[in-house]
Design a protein around this ligand. Sequence first.
Ligand code: BMA
Length: 837
Amino acid sequence: MSTAALPITTFSSQANMVDLAGTWRLSDASGGNACPVSVPGDVHHALFLAKLIPDPYYGLNEELVQWVGERDWLMTRTVQIDAAMLAAPSVYLNADTLDTFCSVSINGVVAIETGNRFRRYRVEVKPLLKAGLNTIELRFRSSVQEIKARAAKLAYPIPFSTAGQKIPHWNLIRKPMCHGGWDWGISIFCAGVSGDLSLRAVRSARIEHVTTVQEHAVGRVTLKVTAELHAPAAGSTTFSVTIDGKIIRVPVTLAAGTTTATASVVIHQPRLWWPNGHGEQPLYELIVTAGDETVHKQIGLRTLEVINAKDAIGRPLTIRVNGRDIFCKGANWIPTDAFPGRQEGHYENLITSAKTAHMNMLRVWGGGQFEADAFYRLCDQHGIMIWHDFMFSCALYPADEAFLGEVRAETEYQVKRLRDHVSIALWCGDNENVGALTWYEESRKNRDRYLIDWVRLDDARGQTALTCDPTRTYWPSSPCAGPGDFSDTFHNDGAGDMHYWRVWHEGCSFDAYYEVKPRFCSEFGYQSFNSLESVSGYCPPEERNITAPIMEWHQRNDGGNRRINEMFSRYFRMPVGFAATLYLSQVQQAVAIKTAVEFWRTLRPQCMGTLYWQINDIWPVASWASVEYGGKWKQLHHHARRFFQPVIACVQQRKDKARPELGEFIEAWAVSDLVTAGAVEVELAIWAFDGVKRSSESFPLDLAAGSAQRIGQWPVTRFCADDQARRESFLQVTLRGTVGGVAISHANTHFFTEYKRCPLADATITSTVAGNAVTLTSDQPAFFVVASTDGIPGEFDDNSVTLLPGQPQTLTFVPRIGGTPSGLAKALAVMHLRASY
Ligand code: BMA
């Protein structure tokens, strides 16, 4: 298709604003590969929609699209500008996000050259515009070529991780680190536009930023609102602030250039915002008007402290909201799609999936990106706190003045853009860069040089963050001991946050989780394969074998599939067939993460947070995610919904190195995140795999508010006299009651030995479907019972459950799109552990 054949849609200016969103023309720098492109949108996605490249997510296609990132690309369009707009003293171009090296020309004259995906650019363009038809061109220089040029000029090597990253030296430019691939990520070195791209006329002033500070007192909150204004010439305007039914108007004298306007509003009887599970999320609409512009924000009122002062153990990491210590439950967040143009479409399902699983925190990880506004709005609305990394990860970084200047500019912009989101709990400098100082031969040999560079970088982003947002804690790196103590806490569970990877990356058994007592575990993970439904989307039937090339291609962690398989052999009987292999990998992942979270929750208040790696995927791939690309929950996410419940009962079977005299023991615990105390009923029942309940004991338990209470500690022999009894029975612990008006019901199954050693019954499970409800009945105990409905998007309200004879369970299907799905009965399939071999 030639460029000339493409339709040209012309934008018309209103008096004040021309939104440049819409269909543009795309071509490579020599005019080839021409097709329409949506703005906002990206080059790869446009080429894919125009069938100029294949779907890179399918099969081995990723290789076939690598040329796209190596070329320069042009996006062009015409725009009609009215003379009325040009009568204004200033017309500026606003570009929220240009990825990454873009020269913007208007009528053939360059208006601006950009070079940082994380900055907003604003530039005066009135002199370049004319009344009538104007041509705008975005010329994206290849980031791959720019990286090569920078790498060639380096005065000394600046090492970076190569665990899945296909484009070397990705640490030299300011673009999401994972665009060149990661140990879960495809390499799509995209170019394009995100967010707003517009031309705006200014008659008196524009608003650069609006920020607020809350002062909490008994019965009221004073909200100080500040606007940074930019005026083309001296003058005056009215700064008006509307919130909670009040309007404050303040006259402002404008200087040419920057002026700051402030106003204070008192909100009486404030309704406080709480993290998910702790209360409501009331949000106040704030409307700020000054000069020619209006800004709308949603404000949540709360206090938030990061408690990190030295204690008897080391240094805690406790998040205190409105005076209440919150046990943080959640996961790490990576970009939702390798095509930036599709990313926002995944937000709602993922964030509501987090909320449904009782999460109250997500960590926006430093190898990805600052997300679009909609992400933060959803987190505000659903009570999901955000641990926000800045965008540095798994590498060392340049620290020359040009690079640090970019870092300061992006940090200032992003912090001012995002700081009024009530969900943001803290700013964190980077992901694992303190640890990375020990990863490379260069930095081990010349630690001073690289350490000084890290300090310079940390200073640039940290000082900027603290200046632009004095209301929040700046946490230098994840993991680390905390502000002012830069110890690497990768392997130290006494202080700050910890990344605990011994089980996955070092192949330790699941009980290694019992060996650490993190203050806050911000990363730990275990991989699984996708469901057959998702695998079928990228892998043809003849390749459905985990060692076939496509399945290995859709696994980015070296040896990942081998590791999953090897771990099967420790705990499970080997699965028979491909579908059973996928299924069992998800059982195994759920068991791993459940083991860690349940144990660490029993350690509260010593441990006050667990964020597993990772909630989502950027493309369909075997990974640590609990929600597959496309939104389907893996078994882990259903388990998370249970192990993150406010009140749980759990069981550990372990030895304590410090107390060898105990031998192997069983501990049962009740954990509560509730603020009220109450009495619950605990039942410990021993079942045999043949379906007979051998014994049962019930007793009341007074459950203290915000507590972990040991129900009991017994030698394993109290429940199973010998090895045969261990193999033939299992423990079912149940908690029931009502605490502070909240109905509690939690059941947990514990095996006394590896699943593979147990004579599981060949259970027959029958199902009946009535509307969205599916009732499952089993004639024998069945474990990790999964009901699936391939082809019908949505989730059951519980899944991967233990089904006991005589105790049918009804699962309710919640469609992702709403309404009652048709064909549920037809699509329904049931799988369980014994059926995997
Ligand atoms: C962590 C992360 C990521 C990575 C993950 C799995 O350390 O910070 O860099 O994807 O491990 O290996």
